[in-house]
Design a protein around this ligand. Sequence first.
Ligand code: S3P
Length: 441
Amino acid sequence: MPDHIFINKKIRCFNKKIQVGSDKSISIRSILLASQSIGISKISNLLESEDVLNTLKAIKKLGINYIKKKNVYHIQGFGLNSFKIKKNTIINAGNSGTLARLILGLLVKSKFKVKLIGDKSLSKRDFSRVIEPLRLFGANIKSKKNLLPIEILGTDFLRPITYNENIGSAQVKSCIIFCALNTPGKTIINSKISRNHTELMLKFLKYPIIVNQKQKVDKISVQGLHQFNAFEYNVPGDISSAAFFIVLTLLSKKSQIIIENVNVNKSRIGIIKILNKMGAGIQLKDKRNYNGELIANISVKGKNNLKAVNCPSKLNSAAIDEFLIIFLVAAKARGVSKFKDLGEMNKKESKRLDLGVKFLRLIGIKVERFKNNINIHGNPNLVLSSNFEIKNFLKDHRIFFLSCIAALTLGGNWKINDTKSANTSFPKFLKTLRLIGAKIN
Ligand code: S3P
């Protein structure tokens, strides 16, 4: 089967109720925490994407067994520091920065050397952000130029740290929290605000973790070596996957969609806040709490009078994976949209800020760039009719999704390569698009 698709028809007006894939961040955390708990955890609606399947493979290599019964994964944990690590263990995190960074935090006491590797994209990403705090704990880590492969050899002498996390990276924060679980004493992280699923899950597990928010910093204190019991967890839908359907609907005249059971944690809904500033009128309906996370049904209607936004950078972290698709809305909005301080986008699966700008220019949108700030000159009348081919060299799933939504809303004849990249985070993406009427060859 060729690893590309063709789209040469805009999607016709639709009115649907859908569900998107389960949340990737929460799926990975639930597996890793189940591996540290005592007993059999039961996790339903786990996202079965490559990043998550690689997480399951990783814990299996570390001696944690699991089985799937119907829609539920049963994971047998033996408590903190109970990985059974064999000589020459190699863990392949594939494309997943989250898996790679979080699991390092759990490997600080390993008896034998563990080697962490990843795919081409992950091997280009900088790990200094986690290596530095882990070394402060006393972890024994080897890596050339802070890149993969990384070798980690555990130590028995870990000490708790106080760390200022200034990037606003949930991966860094969670890596430190995971290391703190296995470290005696109290670790303190002063963290620039970022997604807080790890903290919420630990609170749900009644783990002694305390979070105090002061201005833009979370002071998190974690008491180490507190064993916790296995748990049951039901993973909600992923707003980062819903994002593409939100924008598809918004840019499709007279269409409507309801996306059910999506996680709408405050630290994740930057896209909704930004699009609503542009006049999107997106509603979160039937909000409810589940396992400490906020869930809702997202209701969106097509709009043809969207206006430009001056995006406050305080929303950057809560929309960090969604900017590519937000840029597409800015391309169709009236006026000049401004986005600032987006340097972190270039540290993702590919250099997303560079590629986002390139993409907008490819479809004929004027973009001004000043370092990590961009101005997008929207064109509400933008309609495409020429041929486009998207190569996506680092196989970034979100570049693939963006290209499909652009093709379905703007027109033109598109060849979009690297279809398989969708498997990283949302294997049913194309199936869901077809369900609402997209014609894809
Ligand atoms: C994630 C955090 C974010 C995000 C990534 C998933 C997580 O990365 O971009 O897709 O699950 O913790 P950073 O923490 O590096 O910003």
